[in-house]
Design a protein. Structure first.
Length: 691
């Protein structure tokens, strides 16, 4: 082999993870032979998680879809025969044209974070469906509720620099499991611990992270908002607040103080299941140790009060003036720091330029109901990419019923024959990250990354962007925006008129592979206020919420399903179930590959010894987990990692690989959050018996 035949290509991890790692791909004679984390990006620091470290197994898997196919059996059977791209594109274009002639809103795209790249996930796809006049998709399935609550208080998805957390003296890890889902961020938290910081994990389950912290608090699922209110009450009552910071940089303190006055630890204890003294001690420690940081994740927003709980917690740092220090404050997401030019990428003007009628919006979390009950017009065609709704959407029985409709034309563009792919009429082969061009922001650090194609597409696989260009041509569209190259789109991703984008030009990114946002070091974004809210202050009182008919103050929204809020339901289904990410999967990505399925070992349900004994269950037995919405099977793990009354099902398994054709979403609820239209996966009562 010649030296010229070997090269190293800069890439970015595309998966739905805060870390967005920089990668280096070694290619020899056109084949990727090695993948590693880039040493030069500080956050990646030369390491990849155990999933992406084996990414080449995903790229070269013998399960890859490599050719277009059409269905030849019944929907859901997964029987297909190979066709040409010409036939596939013609079939899709003819069907879309026919439906659009009646009402293009009967066509719905369905996508989420199968890739996080700005080119392959939110550019020409949006342009194409805007030009077509299709229904819009409200992409809510992960973070919309939390983002809405955070924005109401903070103004945008912004917070502290995660690298600065090394200097914190107290860190509350709230509703997250960074050992599994933010591994590189966990490295900075561990460094803080080495320097003397105390780590407190707040999570209903004693997760892998909780086991490594100094203190673990296990509130009842969906009650973190009550804990935050009680903490505020103690901080104010005990005089542990920073009155100078409050007066200068917050809005609505007096109303907040009145609101939380009755929310004592004694009030919160029966709601959360935490002792009164524990709640009071946490609040006093948080108000006394400086700098104090809170690292949150989106597990918190998957309950009835998903937006309100984030809003409540977002108020805490301003109350104690934690924002004065770079290592103080809180972080949910860094994504709002990136000056992404959504208008340029998505071109919503293509809709208004070609369609006089207002668009219709469908919430992706209610896809089952939408497919079965939407009218004016009914959904007649669905184009699925970057997602696997048959496995990930809540209320799975209704989702399957919707996809089983024989009159629904379904296109799935995928890497593998997923649960959803089994229901496709046309199945298209997609490229992996190593086979296409992209550019990435992050939501767990402050670096933008480029991704260069390292190898040619395998088989006849095509990236999302190319397929939408081809479909636009087939439909006779002539708008220039529908035919821009991936390089041209990547060049538009960031608004370079924004000072933060200095250094994010394509040339700089491609030369180095990554660039930090043009932000100060150290980065203490709100030391002197300047919040990106309408008032420029941290808004305890939110006028924008009031104008939309919502409570303008932090408050208490009880779970839809719990022994306290729904005792009659709890009498039938007494166990609260949460389904956090399995360590070896990333949502449903990697869940089909042998290495990770073997490491995960099959669907499992963790339950407390008292709950197991009450039902005559012993470890290793096959269990049936059920409620009025459905049922699934899992193996019993009897452990004190869960509190009595709680069961935990690490997820998300592909249904067809689970053993019984179901997964945890057979029982999850279609109910939505208070604000933001998010799903309530962790707001779910069940019963458990031997299978």
């Amino acid at each position: 082999m010649s030296i010229a035949a070997s090269k190293v290509v800069r890439a970015a991890c595309p998966h739905d993870c805060p870390d967005t790692c920089a990668m280096e791909v070694t290619v020899e004679d056109g084949r990727a032979v090695k993948i590693r984390g880039a040493d030069d990006l500080p956050f990646t620091n030369g390491a990849l998680c155990t999933k992406v470290a084996h990414y080449l197994e995903r790229v070269y898997s013998d399960q890859r879809l490599l050719h277009p196919m059409k269905r030849v059996g019944r929907k859901g059977e997964g029987c297909f025969e190979r066709i040409s791209w010409d036939e596939a594109l013609a079939t899709i274009a003819d069907k879309f044209a026919s439906i659009a002639a009646d009402d293009p809103r009967a066509i719905l795209p369905y996508s989420y974070a199968g890739t996080m790249g700005l080119v392959q996930s939110e550019s020409i796809d949006r342009r194409f469906f805007h030009r077509l006049g299709a229904s819009l998709l409200e992409r809510t399935i992960c973070a919309s509720a939390g983002a809405a609550g955070w924005k109401a208080t903070m103004g945008a998805s912004v917070g502290m620099d995660p690298e600065a957390i090394v200097d914190a003296k107290l860190i509350l890890i709230w509703g997250g499991n960074p050992v599994v889902s933010n591994l590189h961020g966990w490295r900075y938290i561990l460094e803080a611990k080495r320097r003397g910081a105390k780590l407190v994990c707040i999570d209903p389950w004693r997760s892998q992270t909780a086991e490594k912290c100094d203190l673990h608090l296990a509130p009842w699922p969906g009650t973190d908002g009550a804990l935050a209110l009680a903490m505020m009450q103690v901080l104010i009552a005990d005089g542990l607040i920073d009155r100078d910071y409050i007066d200068a940089h917050t809005l609505g303190f007096d109303a907040l103080a009145e609101r939380v006055q009755p929310c004592t630890p004694e009030w919160a204890a029966p709601l959360t299941g935490l002792p009164v003294d524990t709640i009071r001690a946490l609040a006093r420690e948080y108000g006394s140790v400086k700098p104090a940081a809170i690292r949150l994740n989106y597990g918190l927003n998957r309950c009835a009060g998903g937006a309100t709980v984030m809003r409540n917690i977002a108020c805490l740092p301003a109350l104690i003036g934690a924002w004065r220090h770079p290592a103080g404050g809180a972080l949910l997401s860094t994504s709002g720091n990136f000056p992404v030019d959504q208008q340029a990428l998505e071109r919503p003007d293509l809709y208004t330029a070609h369609h006089a009628r207002a668009p219709r919006t469908i919430n992706m979390a209610t896809i089952g109901e939408a497919l079965l009950t939407a009218d004016d017009p009914p959904i007649r065609a669905l184009y699925v990419y970057n997602s696997n709704p048959l496995a990930v959407a809540p209320n799975g029985t209704r989702v399957r019923e919707g996809f089983l409709r024989e009159d629904l034309f379904c296109v799935v563009h995928e890497l593998f024959q997923t649960d959803t792919a089994d229901y496709a009429d046309i199945l298209l082969p997609a490229t992996t990250q190593l086979e296409h061009r992209d550019v990435h922001k992050a939501y767990g650090h402050l670096y933008a990354l480029t991704n260069e194609p390292a190898i040619a597409p395998l088989g006849e696989a095509k990236p999302n962007s190319e397929v939408f260009r081809l479909l636009a041509a087939r439909l006779g569209f002539t708008d220039a925006a529908l035919f821009e190259s991936d390089d041209e789109i990547a060049a538009q991703a960031f608004n370079r008129r924004d000072n933060r984008a200095l250094g994010l030009d394509p040339e700089t990114l491609r030369a180095r592979g990554w660039a930090r946002l043009n932000l100060p070091r150290p980065f203490a974004p709100f030391a002197k206020g300047n919040f990106p809210t309408p008032s420029g202050k941290c808004e305890f009182w939110s006028e924008s919420l009031a104008q939309r008919g919502f409570d303008p103050l932090p408050g208490w929204v009880p779970p839809h399903e719990s022994p306290v809020s729904s005792p009659a339901l709890a009498a039938r289904y007494p166990l609260a179930m949460i389904s956090p990410p399995a360590r070896n999967f990333l949502n449903t990505s990697f869940a089909n590959l042998p290495r990770f399925r073997e490491q995960e070992g099959g669907p499992k349900l963790e339950l407390h010894p008292d709950d197991a004994a009450r039902r005559g269950i012993v470890a290793g037995e096959r269990l049936r987990i059920f409620n009025d919405r459905g049922a699934f099977h899992a193996q019993a793990v009897v452990t004190e990692r869960v509190r009595p009354g709680l069961v935990v099902c690490p997820s998300v398994w592909w249904r067809k690989l689970s053993g019984d054709g179901e997964n945890a979403n057979a029982v999850t609820s279609p109910a939505l959050t208070d604000i933001g239209g998010g799903p309530t996966f962790y707001d779910c009562l069940v019963e458990v018996s031997k299978a």
